[in-house]
Unconditional design. Structure first.
Length: 250
């Protein structure tokens, strides 16, 4: 029969040796301390559901329990001082949460008339063929676009008719936005460059801070431009002058 006193002393010595070995590694102690703290917090949250508020945002989270053993959590969020951008899975379009600095009209909406657009501080942007607020215009890119045309001096040609016999001035096109049925005409090269420059605008927006209009910030517009690049013939294109670029047709 084994001596119980000797057996107990042996077990005690083994435990003491293992404890000394454990304490020699501070990383093990730190790891276990962190795990214990996390477990304690989780247990407390499980046993005592309550309302938590993050001090850096206005987002609050409430954990709720129901009588049937089911649990659900609801997330209530309000906008912070800066816009939060996300991508819609259905449209591929960027959308911005409302903020105090955003105009009531919308992100790139210039109202219902040329007069209202001017009152809102909007300008006619030739690259977009639309009235836009300054936050939606990459002026450097638009200037480059205006001098990359297939006409004299790098200018683009604009016409009132499909046969390209009645030239139009850019200034006159801008004022025609009040006419919802109006369209101007240009060359296929103009359309191709418009697509190319809009891809650049979308890329540059990462560091320029310019907002890309929801009208063009879609996968549908990229697909449309891809079909234009696939063509190898010359053709005439038509376009309307737009006041509201927060949506609508390309």
């Amino acid at each position: 029969m084994m001596d119980k006193r000797g057996s107990g002393s042996s077990i005690s010595s083994a435990i003491h040796a293992r404890l000394e070995q454990y304490l020699r590694s501070p990383w093990h102690v730190l790891k276990d301390a962190v795990l214990f703290c996390l477990a304690a917090v989780g247990l407390f949250a499980l046993l005592a559901p309550q309302r938590f508020t993050c001090p850096d945002t206005t987002t609050t989270m409430t954990t709720m329990t129901t009588t049937g053993g089911d649990a659900a959590s609801s997330l209530a969020s309000t906008s912070s001082s800066s816009s939060l951008w996300k991508t819609s899975p259905s449209t591929g379009r960027h959308a911005s949460s409302s903020s105090s600095s955003s105009p009531a009209r919308g992100m790139c909406n210039c109202g219902a008339s040329v007069a209202e657009a001017r009152r809102l501080g909007c300008r006619y942007d030739t690259l977009a063929a639309a009235w836009l607020p300054p936050r939606c215009i990459d002026q450097q890119l638009t200037n480059e676009f205006d001098h990359s045309g297939d006409g004299p001096g790098g200018r683009w040609g604009y016409w009132y008719d499909l046969n390209l016999t009645r030239p139009a001035r850019v200034e006159d096109l801008a004022d025609r936005a009040d006419d919802r049925t109006f369209q101007f005409y240009s060359t296929s090269e103009w359309h191709t460059r418009h697509c190319l420059f809009y891809w650049r605008k979308m890329l540059r927006a990462r560091f320029t801070g310019v907002l890309v209009e929801p009208r063009y910030d879609t996968e549908a517009h990229v697909t449309h431009c891809g079909s234009i690049f696939a063509r190898h013939d010359s053709f005439v294109v038509s376009a309307a002058v737009v006041l509201n670029s927060d949506g609508g047709e390309l």
